[in-house]
Design a protein around this ligand. Structure first.
Ligand SMILES: [Mn+2]
Length: 292
């Protein structure tokens, strides 16, 4: 694993801990997300830290402290989650910002628990093609297809963007959620980025925010390197504009942590990891640079 995430020069601004979790044990179709963290590290040092549209440089706002990867000690998601909980015990959820790099989308459950314990009113913003609201899949409630059902079980309100693949059971689950606990923006009915940001801001209010980003929420034309691709996803310009709008003029929510999951690099192509890393950059730049 590389020691540098982005190429930023002297350490300035907010400390971002980077936690690589190279795991694809429950992946149900294409494998390879265990290679995601390494690809994201490699791509990160190739892109400009200056975001020309924002007129902000990530290097002025943040510096990254990579952590050693958490490897699954044995088969199944539960031992991985236990290993992650052990690692997270070294950190303080009320102050430490952890950027988790998956790995598949079963990975961030311990992060949800970690931040929820310190921030009881935590809200998750979930970017994904899949609703991930199955109660169980492949004989485990900890599958990547169930991660947001587990978040709801923890009592965490959920805003979802880009959803376009779900079963009837999940639609019924969505409809049964108490008012104010679930906001789903389906991919076929996306508002403008500005309107979406407004809706998400009013859903979150003053509560702390965790972003859980499955790269397959993006259109496969933008990020083809993922295990369970779905056509008709979010376009790059929409997504980058959304983050910019979310924190426009300092009006946006307080971000406490985030993850980027489900990147499965395609050998010989750097398209997917480059787009994913640029989205991480845009999220952090929009949040940390708000009001500047
Ligand atoms: Mn997904």
């Amino acid at each position: 694993m590389h020691t540098e995430f982005f190429d930023l020069g002297p350490a300035q601004g907010r400390t971002i801990f980077v936690l690589p979790v190279p795991y694809d044990g429950t992946a149900s179709y294409g494998k390879g997300t265990r290679l995601g963290p390494e690809a994201l590290f490699t791509a990160s040092v190739q892109i400009e830290s200056y975001d020309a549209e924002m007129d902000l440089d990530l290097g002025d706002l943040a510096h990254f402290t990579p952590l050693t990867p958490v490897h699954p000690p044995s088969e199944g998601p539960e031992p991985l989650h236990e290993a992650m909980r052990g690692r997270l015990a070294e950190f303080d959820a009320s102050t430490d910002f952890i950027l988790t790099l998956g790995g598949e989308h079963s990975v961030p459950l311990p992060l949800f628990e970690f931040y929820k314990a310190a921030h009881p009113d935590l809200v998750i913003l979930h970017i994904d093609a899949h609703a991930d609201l199955r109660q169980s899949y492949g004989d485990t409630p900890y599958s990547h297809a169930c991660i947001m059902a587990r978040a709801r079980q923890l009592g965490i309100p959920l805003a979802q963007i880009g959803i376009r693949s779900l079963c009837r059971e999940q639609r019924d689950f969505m409809r049964a959620q108490p008012k104010g606990e679930l906001l789903t923006m389906f991919a076929w009915d996306l508002p403008t980025p500005c309107d979406a940001a407004e809706r998400v801001r009013s859903f979150i209010g003053n509560r702390p925010l965790y972003v859980s980003f499955d790269v397959d929420g993006m259109d496969p034309g933008v990020i083809p390197g993922t295990g369970t691709p779905e056509p008709g996803g979010i376009q790059y310009a929409w997504m980058t504009r959304f983050w910019k709008e979310l924190w426009l003029e300092g009006a946006g929510p307080r971000l406490v942590g985030m993850d980027m999951c489900e990147l499965a690099p395609i050998p010989g192509s750097q398209v997917s990891e480059t787009a994913a890393v640029k989205l991480i950059q845009r999220i952090l730049t929009s949040w940390l640079g708000q009001g500047q």
